[in-house]
Design a protein around this ligand. Structure first.
Ligand code: PNS
Length: 162
């Protein structure tokens, strides 16, 4: 049996922290589906298509990753793909409460879907899509923190020309 997992998230945009989790998950599982969640209640900076495009570009060369998008419940999506688990990255202790709640809720909705956590590499412990957007907005250097294409597109979005 092949081990297929789903790594869901907003990925608005993907950071090097996400990419690190994707690579590590790909080295453990046979197939990793990175699934961008479409949340109609949120106004993301990047469209679904842009977020998917960044993920495809950033994971080029990894042969057991699939980039996809979904709406609705994560557990339903996981089941529809016949995957065995949800992957999430865990950064500082502050992440624990929210992730614990999400994993418990998902377990309650569907007891068959497990959540597996990867501890974020300490060099990305401070990193999130939100802080990236904030730093980029004010012209800070994010070159080491996001894939190249994301850096370029963020600069364009915020009209920063260097
Ligand atoms: O990158 P994020 O924003 O931390 O990802 C959150 C995400 C998309 C994994 C979470 O909001 C989610 O699973 N949404 C789908 C709807 C759902 O299943 N909700 C119940 C569990 S919170």
């Amino acid at each position: 049996m092949t081990s297929k997992v789903v790594y869901p998230g907003s990925f608005d945009p993907i950071t090097n922290g996400h990419l690190d989790i994707i690579k590590r998950a790909c080295s453990v599982f046979d197939e990793v589906i990175v699934a961008v969640f479409h949340n109609p209640q949120k106004k993301p900076l990047f469209s679904m298509e842009e977020r998917e495009k960044f993920l495809i570009e950033a994971t080029r060369g990894i042969d057991n990753v699939i980039i996809d998008k979904f709406e609705g419940l994560t557990v339903d999506y996981v089941k529809s793909k016949k995957a065995i688990a949800i992957i999430r990255g865990l950064r500082a202790v502050s992440d624990f409460e929210g992730e614990f709640q999400m994993a418990s809720l998902n377990k309650q909705i569907d007891g068959e879907v497990e959540t597996i956590f990867f501890m974020t590499d300490t060099k990305y412990a401070f990193l999130s899509s939100s802080v990236i957007k904030e730093v980029a907005q004010f012209g800070g250097n994010i070159g080491e923190l996001v894939p190249e294409q994301v850096e370029e597109e963020l600069m364009k979005k915020y009209h920063i020309y260097k």
